[in-house]
Each structure stands twice: as structure tokens, then as C-alpha cells.
Design a protein around this ligand. Structure first.
Ligand code: SIN
Length: 281
């Protein structure tokens, strides 16, 4: 696509791009269509110097679908779709600090996430992203085929993470191990260390070995990019085909902002999309 409104510069050949010439608080439909096209191509987009209010952040997210509410995290302000991203000297843990795909334990996990950071440490606090299409496509055809026949259980004990009890839920869902992206039609590995607990139909030992291999394979640097935040930068990622991880290397400083997620559909694998068969068949 030749972009008329925006300028897009890849961060790596595999994942990530920075978008220029855009004010996210003031978008016409053509610009949103170009952003969506770039998003589907690069999986994670970065926008710098976006002085968005929380309402403008929510409105930008709503250009891509209905907004999602986190099943357990506190709301930031009044709107349940707005979640605080905050780590400081009193934090016991770093939100998002391990490879994961946002809320994949939901029956319909978010399709994408938009994080806008306002306050940053003097150094550090980067976020890593990994391409799960590439993770899947670089496996042998025989293993790819086997994975397309499997489902996995995703869950997380959110109550123990967020502390307070009451309105909180700990979602649990079973999803295909390989997911066909509803927009691009490409297949992505859809398991992650943060939420995926076991592969159905395998013994615990078999499941542990296979998930351990997949987590190690998918975490290779060749599938990744790394974003160094600046104040008022916004990152948007596609949760259907990526992992991410926020690095907590800035204690006792503060890193703070807001997150908006967009509702997704139930993950499915489309056999028609998959041309590869095992070597022996
Ligand atoms: C998240 O996992 O949603 C947070 C990512 C970040 O803080 O960089």
C-alpha cells in the first residue's frame, strides 16, 4: 500500500513500525484505514509525542472496535475500559512483566491493546514484542501440522495478583494452539507463558515438554523488537499474533500510563488456511 496520510518506518524486518505524520486525537477515516493496514502488516505500531487525554485514548481505541474491560484490574478513573499501567518504589510486581498475550484466558480475548505512557524512568522500562506468525511459520511442517490439531487451557489467578477481593474473576478458556487471524488469514502460535497452562489430550509430562519447547522457540530474539518509550508515546499491538513483555529495570523510579484494550472474537483455527501436511502423508 502507498500511504497518502501517514509515514511508516519498520523497526525490524519481522515486527514493529513507527508511524509519523499523525495526530491520534484528530483522525479522519482514511488515516484510520491506513493505520489499520500498517498495523496488520507490522503487528505493533509506535506513535511518539501524542498528548492524548484519557477520553482521546479511549476514542482512538474505539476506532478499531468495541472496548474490552479487564476482568480483574482496577479501573483508572470512571471508565471500566481504562486500566492503569503503574510501577513505582512501592510496587510488589511489574504489570506485564513476563512474556504474555493480554488476557488470553478470556473466552474472547482482546484483539489489540493500546498503551500510552505519561511518566517514564530516566532509563529503562522498555517493552519487548514478539511475532507469533513467525514463531509458527519457522517450525517444521510436521510439527506445524500436529499443533493445528491441539487445544490448550489458558488461565491465571488474577485474585492473587490484584489483591483485593470482591468483583474479581479468574477467567479460564480453552483455545486452539494455532489461531487463524480473522483479518490477515495467517496462522499464528496462540500459546504464551503468562496464561497457557496445559495442552489438552496430552499427559502432564508431554504437555510440559511441548509447551516448554514452544515457549523457548517463540522467545528467540529473531522474532522480536524492543521499544524505548518516550513521554506521551503510544504503542498498539495485535494480541492475536504477538507476545509482549514489559521490563522492570528502573526500580525505584516510576513508570506510569494508561491502557485500553479492544474486544476480540473467539480464537479459531481455519483448516482451509493451512496448506502444510505431515511429511509422511
Ligand atoms: C501490558 O502488558 O499491557 C503492559 C505493557 C507495558 O507496560 O509496556
Amino acid at each position: 500500500m502507498v500511504y497518502q496520510r501517514i509515514k511508516v518506518e519498520s523497526l525490524t524486518p519481522t515486527i514493529g513500525a513507527t508511524v509519523f505524520n499523525v495526530d491520534l486525537a484528530d483522525l479522519d477515516d482514511e488515516t484510520v484505514a491506513e493505520i489499520h493496514h500498517a498495523w496488520m502488516q507490522h503487528l505493533v505500531l509506535f506513535f511518539r509525542d501524542q498528548r492524548l487525554t484519557p477520553a482521546e485514548h479511549l476514542a482512538f481505541g474505539a476506532r478499531f472496535g468495541e472496548l474490552h474491560t479487564h476482568p480483574a484490574a482496577d479501573f483508572a478513573g470512571e471508565n471500566p475500559a481504562l486500566m492503569a499501567i503503574h510501577t513505582d518504589k512501592d510496587s510488589k510486581r511489574n504489570n506485564g512483566g513476563g512474556w504474555h498475550t493480554d488476557v488470553s484466558a478470556d473466552a474472547e480475548p482482546p484483539l489489540g491493546t493500546l498503551v500510552h505512557l505519561h511518566q517514564l524512568p530516566t532509563e529503562g522500562g522498555d517493552t519487548l514484542f514478539a511475532n507469533m506468525y513467525a514463531a509458527f511459520e519457522t517450525l517444521s511442517p510436521t510439527l506445524q501440522y500436529f499443533l493445528t490439531t491441539l487445544s490448550a487451557e489458558h488461565m491465571l489467578d488474577y485474585n492473587s495478583l490484584y489483591g483485593r477481593e470482591g468483583h474479581r474473576e479468574n477467567p479460564r478458556a480453552v483455545h486452539p494452539v494455532v489461531r487463524t487471524h480473522p483479518v490477515t488469514g495467517r496462522n499464528a502460535l496462540f500459546v504464551n507463558p503468562g496464561f497457557t497452562r496445559r495442552i489438552e489430550g496430552l499427559s502432564p509430562a508431554e504437555s510440559d515438554v511441548l509447551l516448554g519447547f514452544l515457549f523457548k522457540h517463540a522467545a528467540q530474539p529473531r522474532f522480536q523488537c524492543r521499544f524505548q518509550w518516550t513521554p506521551d508515546a503510544l504503542a498498539m499491538w495485535d494480541d492475536r499474533c504477538t507476545w509482549h513483555m514489559a521490563i522492570w529495570d528502573y526500580f525505584p523510579e516510576t513508570r506510569s500510563g494508561l491502557r485500553v484494550t479492544i474486544k476480540g472474537d473467539r480464537p479459531r483455527f481455519d483448516a482451509e488456511s493451512f496448506g502444510v501436511r505431515p511429511a509422511s502423508s
